[in-house]
Design a binder for this molecule. Structure first.
Ligand code: HGY
Ligand code: MN
Ligand code: MN
Length: 415
């Protein structure tokens, strides 16, 4: 059937995004809605209501991943899946992940109200804990689903304050389902994810739609330093074992090596300092290192260089060091045909499009490991994200969802 002139309902899309923006809203127009929190539950309950109103069969798996299914004419064929995450950073923005979840819902609503019967099942999803904002790592729900972690390992993840574990909090909000969390329980033919770019490229190029060829690898490390606490007043400068000073020098090393190596990013984003008192020399520091590159080996080489310099600093400062590899996800090259389809669909809608890479991690880093995957990007104002001022004009959101609609319709009718 010819759906080239079918369009989504932009007003309804905007209203759902604005409704979502009221759940865990911060005073500065952002969101705090970390996975497995009461705010996450409110959001999930609303999604459940919307999924059912759109006529879907809903499944919630052991990791709380939500799947809303519209049966196709031929259920033997693999399904087309699209979705993203409804959880946010702490604080985060109103579009990161949310556009992909609500854009998928809008596509489902458009298909339902036009009584379109697709060949293949069509599945829209909300992946649990993509951000890792309260419980690390990121992409936790999709990571278990893709077979990269056991659900038991995920359930035991401690929160950032070390006060609780993920499994308990997921149970508390009522979304620890019983359906097995595994891609093997589903027959997926192809997957798409719509997402804001979270960077400056589309805006700088004046392009409306991004078609990422893939996602950089994400390597996360933890560094622990032991110093010697003492009274800051009487303790001479010479001979101190100041753990925070050692960590500060190491932060500069991360930045320096990332610049030297090129084609990568390296960031120290999180740090805990103990006892964190203005008149006690710091005795314990934990900080994180996030390294990303299209070339996984390049990223590993950078870490080895950083770690070597860390050890010299630790020795010189008399601050014993311990490092841990916390989480790694390989770079994710997307399916060429689906990636081309994103560009073709955009251009058929009269939208400009360009191929690019994603520096941000997404659930598609995991999903793409077990099925054919592709993503659709729309611009971020000033390239900002993971901040309360994160913003994408609703017209761009509508463009992205219309491209998603066309990709889904074409792919779900392939036999
Ligand atoms: O870290 C990321 O890029 C994503 O937000 N999880
Ligand atoms: Mn995201
Ligand atoms: Mn994010």
């Amino acid at each position: 059937m010819d759906f080239n002139n079918l369009r989504i309902n932009g007003k309804r899309l905007r209203e759902t995004i604005e409704t979502s923006a009221g759940i865990g809203a911060t005073p500065n127009k952002g969101l705090i809605r970390c996975a497995a929190t009461p705010e996450d539950k409110i959001g999930r309950d609303l999604l459940l209501k919307w999924y059912k109103e759109a006529g879907c069969e809903v499944t919630i798996d052991e990791m709380g991943n939500m799947f809303a299914v519209r049966p196709g004419k031929n259920r033997e064929l693999g399904a087309v899946l699209t979705g993203s995450h409804f959880d946010t950073q702490k604080p985060g923005g109103r579009f990161d992940g949310i556009l992909g979840v609500l854009g998928a819902l809008e596509v489902m609503r458009t298909i339902q109200e036009n009584n379109i019967e697709l060949e293949r099942d069509f599945i829209i999803t909300n992946w649990t804990n993509e951000e890792g904002g309260w419980f690390a790592p990121a992409c936790m729900g999709s990571g278990v689903w893709a077979g990269n972690h056991s659900k038991e390992w995920a359930y035991e993840r401690k929160d950032r304050d070390g006060k609780t574990v993920f499994g308990e909090e997921l149970e508390k909000i009522g979304y620890k389902g019983t359906f097995p969390c595994s891609y093997k329980e589903w027959n997926i033919y192809a997957a798409y994810e719509l997402h804001i770019e979270q960077g400056p490229q589309l805006e700088q190029a004046g392009i409306q739609i991004g078609a990422p060829k893939g996602i950089l690898c994400l390597h996360w490390y933890d560094v622990y330093l032991e110093g010697t606490a003492n009274q800051v007043g009487p303790t001479p400068m010479v001979g101190r074992n100041d753990a925070l000073l050692a960590a500060s020098e190491m932060n500069i090393v991360v930045n320096k090596v990332a610049h030297q190596m090129g084609n990568m990013v390296g960031t120290v984003g999180e740090i805990q300092n103990y006892p964190n008192s203005r008149n006690i020399i710091p005795s314990k520091v934990h900080f994180t290192v996030d390294i990303r590159s299209w070339d996984d080996e390049h990223a590993v080489k950078a870490w080895k260089m950083m770690k070597k310099e860390f050890e010299v600093i630790a020795e010189r400062r008399g601050c014993p060091i311990r490092t841990e590899e916390f989480w790694k996800v390989a770079h994710a090259p997307f399916d060429q045909e689906l990636n081309d389809r994103v560009v073709e669909s955009a251009e058929a809608l009269g939208l400009s499009a360009m191929k690019m890479y994603s520096g941000a991690g997404h659930d598609m880093s995991e999903v793409n490991q077990v099925t054919r995957g592709a993503m659709i990007f729309v611009p971020s104002i000033d390239g900002r994200s993971h901040v309360e001022v994160e913003e994408t004009p609703y017209e761009d959101c509508e463009n992205g969802v219309n491209v998603l609609l066309q990709c889904v319709l074409k792919t779900a009718d392939e036999v």
